[in-house]
Write a protein that binds this ligand. Sequence first.
Ligand SMILES: [Zn+2]
Length: 225
Amino acid sequence: MEFRLTSFIKYILNSVLYVIYPSKLSCIICDNEAVEGISLCQECVNKIPICKDEFFIKEELECRSVSYYSYAMKELILNFKYKKDFSSGETLGYLLYKYYERYEEIYDIITFVPMYKTDYLKRGFNQGEILARILGENKKVKVMELIVKVKGVKDQIGLDGMNRWSNLQGAFEINEKYKDSIANKNILIVDDVVTTGATSYCCYQQLKSAGAKKIKLLTLCKSHI
Ligand SMILES: [Zn+2]
């Protein structure tokens, strides 16, 4: 199947990016001509180390990551999250999709780690949601905001392992709107970076209590504090 962009990303691209950038992008790492539709050249895509092994958070939540938080991945994530560079977002969506294609696991729903409303308003978008929607559109799996963040928490960056867990107590709840759509479903949680996994584990616990059958986490990067 051809890789496609979400209508949201297309809209952003059409209205903003093509004014700022030429239609053929150059690779953000080496400046060579990029693969069509993304901001890396084929050589730099091939150089991204793939994280092949599955790992577990608290010996319970099964996870896969595309790669590690370094090299091109770090550059793309920082550009996307903090510089609002949607061509980097689209590139990350492409890498996520290509990785997912290797496994062909079947999910009923794709969801994402939600942001607290004030954080969302500040950034203007949830990077995890955009990645989930790119994947969902390409794999024809519905994307639903199953979890909501009900408490603003301190930024996890700079907190040690233990504090990352306690900082998140009571921060997530099931979205009332979808509370009856979760039981017996196979659900994939998409996120950008997994560090201790505290945030995604809290989401996992909510989905599990709501009766989800199988829950897995797919992230772009595996990182360490
Ligand atoms: Zn390159």
